[in-house]
Design a protein around this ligand. Structure first.
Ligand SMILES: Nc1ncnc2c1ncn2[C@@H]1O[C@H](COP(=O)(O)OP(=O)(O)OP(=O)(O)O)[C@@H](O)[C@H]1O
Ligand SMILES: [Mg+2]
Length: 165
C-alpha cells in the first residue's frame, strides 16, 4: 500500500499524473471514496497527463456512464458505476473487454464491483477532518500488473508522503 496526502485539487491532479505516466495499455484502475472525495478530479488529472485534449474532456456529458478519450498517449475509458444496481449491469458495460482491447480503464465506485474487474490498482480518496481541501490517498493493487512498477511508483510519489497530512 502507498499512503499519500493531497492538500489540494492540484496535488490530486499531480498524483494522478504520476500514475498516468506509468500506466500501460489494459490497466484497470478503481477510484474509490465517498461522494465528493475527488474521484472525478483524479480522473481529470489522469486524462490531462495522458495528453487527452481539453476539447475531448469538455465534450463529455456528465449524465453518461462511460466516456472514452482517445486523443492521449493511451486510449482511456472513464466510467462511473454509482447508479448501477447490479454487478450484472456493470458486466454489461464491457469494461474488461475494453481493457483487453488496450484501453486504460478508470472506474469510479468500481470497488463495489471489484469482483468483475479482474486485477486492479485501487486509488481511494478520503477527506481529512481538519482541512476541506485535504485528502488521504491510498493506493493498493491486486495481481501482478503493477508489481514491476511499484518501486518506481513509490519513488515518484514521495513528494506527497502521508506524513504531511
Ligand atoms: N485534495 C483534493 N482532491 C480532490 N478534490 C478536491 C480536493 N480538495 C478539494 N476538492 C474538491 O472536491 C470536489 C471533488 O469532486 P469530485 O466530483 O471529483 O468527487 P467524486 O469523488 O467524483 O464525487 P462523486 O462520487 O459524486 O462522483 C471538487 O469540487 C474538488 O474541487
Ligand atoms: Mg465523480
Amino acid at each position: 500500500m502507498i499512503a499519500l496526502c493531497s492538500r489540494s485539487v492540484h496535488d490530486t491532479h499531480a498524483i494522478a499524473g504520476v500514475l498516468a505516466g506509468l500506466a500501460r495499455p489494459s490497466d484497470v484502475i478503481i477510484l474509490a471514496g465517498d461522494m465528493g472525495a475527488g474521484k472525478t478530479a483524479f480522473a481529470v488529472g489522469f486524462a490531462q497527463h495522458l495528453g487527452v485534449s481539453d476539447d475531448e474532456m469538455v465534450a463529455s456529458p456528465t449524465f453518461t456512464l462511460v466516456h472514452t478519450h482517445d486523443s492521449g498517449r493511451l486510449p482511456l475509458l472513464h466510467a462511473d458505476v454509482y447508479r448501477l444496481n447490479h454487478v450484472g449491469e456493470v458486466s454489461d458495460l464491457g469494461l474488461l473487454e475494453q481493457a483487453d482491447m488496450g484501453r486504460v480503464v478508470l472506474v469510479e465506485w468500481g470497488n463495489v464491483v471489484a469482483d468483475v474487474l479482474g486485477d486492479v490498482l485501487t486509488v481511494e480518496l478520503m477527506p481529512l477532518d481538519d482541512d476541506e481541501n485535504g485528502r488521504n490517498v491510498l493506493i493498493t493493487s491486486t495481481g501482478q500488473a503493477w508489481a514491476t512498477r511499484w518501486k518506481q511508483l513509490e519513488r515518484e510519489l514521495t513528494a506527497w508522503d502521508e506524513l504531511a497530512c
